[in-house]
Design a protein around this ligand. Structure first.
Ligand code: IPE
Ligand code: IPE
Ligand code: MG
Length: 259
């Protein structure tokens, strides 16, 4: 059984200056390419490089978890050529990058519905996860054929399969272990590049109290500097989790007295 992390709705999580979990919607690849008169897929290719830089930066900063949206459950609606390009890019990326991730003590995890991927890709995904499963410098989670609604639905289904007696009534605590990211803290910081201000069915459950940050920078152009700007914005936020500012000030005073 996985070790559950505190839930923002059941308890008040500890927060730190450096977010322990960053979740990113890597959007804007197509527009980046279009601006350069290149095919959309060239933007996806450059997107992999941006991801490499952000992973390295997070590892250096001591961010524990980085979760990135690579392919949504709705992205199958795109032209077949683009979908198949994305599938082969995913495969190539796994094959090429996993040794490097492993050498840097990075754990790779993939969340999403796998049954729609072909067998070879599923095997490569599984092998990459197995190879890196004991690494603990950073957990990089790739959301592929993932949807926030899918996640909640699959969690309910798995829970009821294992514990049919819960069909009458169950709690948030009962459901939590079955959600995709149950072993990670909830994201502290959510970043969406590409200018759109929406969640697009990303981690609907887990983003309950996450700080949201939107930037017009297109994903292939996002790098260390932009990440630092996002974290600086996060550091200005007051995370109240339902309480008042006065309560937070009081709590800080007590802490300072006891320090
Ligand atoms: C994000 O970039 C990558 C995926 C959704 C796979 P887009 O491909 O959505 O790029 P834009 O939003 O069309 O520019
Ligand atoms: C969200 O981007 C999914 C990923 C980045 C993988 P989209 O480009 O698919 O989102 P919408 O369609 O603009 O909401
Ligand atoms: Mg997009």
């Amino acid at each position: 059984m996985v070790k559950l992390q505190p839930s923002s709705t059941l308890a008040i999580p500890e927060t730190a200056r450096i977010p322990s979990h960053i979740a990113i919607i890597m959007d804007g690849n197509g527009r980046w390419a279009k601006q350069r008169f290149m095919p959309r897929v060239a933007g996806h290719q450059r997107g992999v490089e941006a991801l490499r830089e952000v992973v390295k930066a997070c590892r250096g900063l001591g961010v524990g978890y980085l979760t990135v949206f690579a392919f949504s459950s709705e992205n199958w609606r795109r032209p077949v050529e683009e979908v198949s390009f994305l599938m082969s890019l995913f495969m190539i990326m796994l094959e090429r990058e996993v040794a490097k991730l492993h050498a840097n003590n990075i754990r790779l995890k993939i969340i999403g519905e796998r049954s729609q991927f072909d067998e070879k890709l599923r095997k490569t995904m599984h092998e990459a996860e197995q190879l890196t499963e004991n690494n603990d410098a950073l957990t990089l989670t790739i959301a592929a054929n993932y949807g926030g609604r899918w996640d909640v639905m699959q969690a309910v289904k798995s829970m009821l399969r294992e514990q049919p007696q819960l069909a009458q009534s169950f709690s948030e605590e009962d459901l939590r272990p079955y959600l995709s990211m149950s072993d990670a803290p909830e994201p502290d910081l959510f970043i969406r590049t590409g200018g759109e201000q929406r969640i697009s069915n990303f981690m609907l459950w887990q983003l309950a109290y996450t700080e949201l940050y939107f930037t017009d920078v297109l994903w292939p152009a996002f790098g260390r500097k932009e990440l630092d700007t996002a974290i600086a914005s996060y550091q200005q936020r007051e995370r109240r989790f339902g309480r008042t500012s006065e309560q937070l000030e009081e709590r800080q005073k007590t802490r300072n007295r006891n320090a």
